[in-house]
Design a protein around this ligand. Structure first.
Ligand code: ADP
Length: 316
């Protein structure tokens, strides 16, 4: 089956005065993907999201939503986008159903289709049972579901969610992440978030933006491999003989860490069994032998840490 490209962004730029906030960004989003969009504050995430959702004019570049050029045919292209801003645009004095009926009109859902569209959104967001309640009386988690329901009401190809779990409790967070994964199967989703575990829990792909440029773009699968790394951390009770470890087949280098700890790098197969045997043969007393996993947080910090950040950290 051909993969359907729902968003194609090509060399997108945006200046604020002389300041280049988004610098020649290009990427694609396919149906069935949940793309995590990460970056430090001021990196250019909101500017990019606003341009993709049709709320801000680019200074250069092209955006196609489900094959429709956003700049040439904005009305048609915008009908393919559902957007949940960081502050859900809900009215506390309306009931859930009244609010969704109002949104259906804003989204130009035809009169005859409105009832069906509302029922579908209520069902998909788990809102049946609260449809006659006032939004202001619902929990934050349910209000967020209402916000997501308005974003999918017109069955858009693309759903853009900005920090959708901020302020929710752990159970609500789990429910919303589950809902996002589910929606990701039929839509293309862009998820802007500061919460790195959220990206690992929900996304199929991750992009990091820094100073307006994309500095990282990988599938979650490739990222997991990168995070797993090709290194073992070894800790023993007594001091080891580094040259003995270096002689183990498959070990390409040994870096001594703190006392009685070392990092063993390898290129191909994991040599853990041989390392354990070597430790036992020399009676060094095995305390720990584990894959050295980098966290997404480490990758993020490495890619986005800069002189300004270091200076700020030093001043703090
Ligand atoms: P993020 O969402 O990643 O925090 P933004 O897209 O909001 O980043 O901002 C990117 C850069 O553009 C920042 O340097 C910010 O100060 C600047 N910027 C954002 N909006 C405006 C604006 N309306 N006018 C001038 N500069 C802006």
């Amino acid at each position: 089956m051909d993969t359907k490209i729902l968003i194609a962004v090509d060399e997108l730029c945006r200046y604020y005065g002389h300041h280049l906030a988004v610098d020649a960004i290009s990427f694609e989003l396919a149906q069935g993907e949940v793309l995590g969009f990460l970056g430090p504050n001021g990196a250019g995430k909101s500017t990019t999201m606003q341009m993709i959702s049709g709320n801000l004019a680019p200074s250069g570049g092209r955006i196609a939503i489900n094959g429709i050029d956003l700049l040439d045919r904005p009305r048609l292209a915008k009908a393919e986008i559902g957007y949940l801003p960081e502050q859900p645009p809900v009215y506390p004095d309306l009931t859930v159903r009244e609010y969704l009926a109002y949104c259906a009109r804003l989204h130009r859902v035809g009169k005859t289709h409105r009832g069906g569209a509302i029922s579908r959104a209520l069902r998909r967001c788990g809102l049946h049972g609260v449809e006659t309640r006032l939004i202001g009386n619902l929990s934050k988690g349910y209000q967020q579901r209402v916000g997501i329901a308005q974003a999918i009401l017109h069955n858009p190809a693309v759903v853009i969610l900005d920090e959708p779990t901020v302020g929710l409790d752990p159970n609500q967070i789990r429910d919303i992440r589950e809902l996002i994964r589910e929606l990701g199967q039929s839509h293309g989703i862009i998820l802007s978030t500061h919460i790195l575990p959220e990206v690992q829990a929900t996304c199929t792909r991750v992009q990091i933006i820094h100073r307006g440029r994309l500095v990282f773009a990988e599938s979650m699968q490739a990222l997991q491999q990168r995070l797993t790394g090709k290194a073992l951390v070894l800790e023993t009770q007594s001091a080891v003989d580094i040259t003995k470890l270096q002689q183990i087949a498959g070990v390409s280098a040994v870096e001594p860490l703190a006392s009685r700890r070392a990092r063993l790098l390898f290129d191909a197969d994991n040599p853990a069994a041989a390392v354990a045997a070597c430790v036992a043969a020399h009676d060094w007393g095995l305390v720990e032998l584990a894959l050295d996993r980098q966290s997404l947080e480490q990758v993020f910090v490495e890619l986005t840490c800069n002189e300004d950040g270091a200076a700020q950290a030093a001043a703090a």
